[in-house]
Design a protein. Structure first.
Length: 97
């Protein structure tokens, strides 16, 4: 969706999954018209994570940089005690366009 500028229809979740505050949102790096040699300003990407609210709910953000050899990703755990209510992940930090 983000690299070509295509937008799926019928999908419930329309959030961008791959633009981690890098190129401007109006540019699409996999289009033939994209100039890879041009310098583009960095934009802040305010990714709308879904938050869980209620008494005793805690949100634990992890990543994208963490120990290990697995793919880097940003994870947000919404928990009460040791029970995970919701886990949101954002992957693609090693993607090469």
């Amino acid at each position: 969706m983000n690299l070509l500028g295509l937008h799926p229809t019928g999908a419930e979740d329309q959030r961008k999954w791959l633009r981690h505050a890098s190129w401007p949102g109006s540019l699409h790096p996999l289009r033939k018209s994209f100039d890879a040699n041009a310098v583009h300003p960095t934009e802040t990407d305010a990714y709308p994570f879904v938050s869980v609210t209620g008494d005793g709910v805690h949100e634990i953000p992890v990543g994208p940089v963490h120990a290990g050899t697995i793919e880097p990703g940003h994870f947000r755990f919404s928990i009460i005690g040791d029970r995970v209510l919701r886990l949101e992940e954002r992957l693609g930090y090693k993607h090469k366009a």
